[in-house]
Design a protein around this ligand. Structure first.
Ligand code: FAD
Ligand code: PYC
Length: 415
């Protein structure tokens, strides 16, 4: 792998940047691999990278039906935080935050991680109680959390409307929360995994699973059959239900569109992330200057990556109410991704009824923040053939035993 540095940048500038090597290969699928990862989003690529780097487990392929990061990884609003309520979640999401802090160096790829501070606003007394409870729980779990008064909120966001239709009664602040550059995360993991010998195979859709006596033996793809020697890890976000059906079981997952919006670029004005869970509206400003906004998921099941028209008003109305200064900013783009929502709004990292077949899904509206942590702990799960300590509470078993990890309030945007 060519090392990216100030020196390689200068060297390539002399040649008008004509001679950069390919960031990753474009290999033909082999007849079998030790590990096959289905899904070339951030989570799948991170899984492959940590499998190769930390577990040295033999031949690994990532099989992606479209292009790398073309799913939710490239469509999300990149909010990173770990201020969930429960101990199990604190373990998982805080592990991810720690990895985020050194990820650019680890991958030799600038993922533009910017821990600029993240506020969750409280607009009602019950919001105040919710963030108070969550803040205390965060504090006890070593997750940074501070309660802010409305006046302190105004210091962070001077132009916020504290006394409008959605009065601001306080906020919880996570200083280590922030944003990163979404597709850089996919590309950084892809490049680093490829350098470790992982075959990344794009335009290759998995269409079925081969089993013998309840054990996985291979995956059927649009580019032929690929044998699986040790295990397959399926990381397909919104298509988890489709792939589970191919393997002959059902997942407790609903699939809904989730939209995002960006404005035209404007001069720097907002240097933190602000979320309003009750009114389902959140906003940050990208390094390019665009306001990045989103809100609740569309209220119906669908695999379309568009989203419905009325949801635009649901997001824009509270944004304009809370930040009247933005009322004349033009909207530039709108899109949607496909979110995989579980009943307790926590992910599934689990063995399945098919031996050697593992699923990593159910991250719903909030999985970008956990990309490094998810990949790291799922790689350990695949290498061991059983759940890692961090993954264990997130197995499918919990929907049978009732030991749910209920994060409905902290998940914020999932209805
Ligand atoms: P994906 O990036 O979707 O990757 C899954 C891949 O699997 C896809 O590339 C897909 O093509 C592939 N695939 C599917 N089926 C097959 C098949 N049969 N064969 C081969 N490949 C297949 N999270 C946050 O933490 N913060 C946020 O601010 C945030 N905002 C969001 C905003 C929006 C609009 C959306 C839609 C989501 C948001 N999320 C956010 C959630 C986050 O984007 C996801 O949880 C996360 O990116 C999931 O990553 P992934 O790698 O699992 O999925
Ligand atoms: O989980 O923090 C989150 C989130 C923000 C926007 C979408 N999801």
């Amino acid at each position: 792998m060519a090392r990216y540095s100030i020196f390689s940048l200068a060297r390539n500038a002399i040649n008008y940047h004509q001679n950069w090597p390919r960031a990753w290969r474009n290999p033909e699928p082999q007849s079998s691999y030790d590990y096959v990862i289905v899904g070339g989003g951030g989570h799948g690529l991170a899984t492959a990278y940590y499998l190769a780097k930390e577990h040295h487990v033999g031949r690994i392929a990532v099989v992606e039906k479209g292009w790398l990061g073309g799913g939710n990884t490239g469509r999300n609003t990149t909010i990173i935080r770990s201020n969930y309520l429960l101990d199990e979640s604190a373990g998982l999401y805080n592990h991810a935050i720690k990895l985020w802090h050194t990820l650019s160096m680890e991958l030799n790829f600038n993922v533009m991680f910017s821990p600029r501070g993240l506020l969750h606003l409280a607009h009602t007394l019950s919001d105040l109680r919710e963030i108070g409870r969550r803040g205390h729980s965060n504090y006890a779990n070593g997750v940074d959390a501070e309660m802010l008064t409305p006046e302190q909120v105004q210091k962070w966001v001077p132009f916020i409307n504290l006394h409008g239709r959605f009065p601001v009664l306080g906020a919880i602040l996570q200083r280590r929360g922030g944003i990163a550059r979404h597709d850089a995360v996919a590309w950084g993991y892809a490049r680093a995994a490829d350098a470790l010998g992982v075959d990344i195979i794009q335009n290759c859709e998995v269409t079925g699973f081969d089993t013998t006596g309840g054990t996985l033996t291979g995956v059927q793809t649009t580019r032929g059959r690929i044998g699986v020697n040790k295990a397959a890890g399926v990381v397909p976000a919104g298509h988890a239900g489709v792939l589970a059906a191919m393997a002959g079981f059902r997942l407790p997952i609903e699939t809904v569109p989730l939209q995002a919006f960006v404005s035209e670029p404007i001069a720097p004005i907002l240097d933190c992330v602000v979320m309003s869970n009750t009114v389902h509206a959140y906003i940050s400003q990208s390094d390019k200057g665009e306001l990045v906004m989103g809100g609740g998921s569309d209220p119906y099941n669908s695999y379309t990556q568009r989203g419905s028209f009325h949801q635009i008003e649901h997001v824009v109305a509270p944004i304009v109410e809370l930040y009247p200064i933005f009322s004349r900013v033009n909207m530039l783009r709108q899109w949607a991704g496909i979110a995989d929502i579980t009943p307790d709004r926590s992910p599934i990292l689990s063995a399945t009824p098919v031996k050697k077949l593992f699923f990593n899904c159910g991250w719903g509206t909030g999985g970008f923040k956990s990309t490094p942590g998810s990949g790291h702990t799922f790689a350990e799960t695949l290498a061991r053939g059983e759940a890692s300590a961090l993954a264990a509470p997130f197995s499918l078993e919990r929907f049978i035993t009732g030991r749910l990890v209920d994060e409905a309030a902290a998940a914020a945007v999932a209805h």
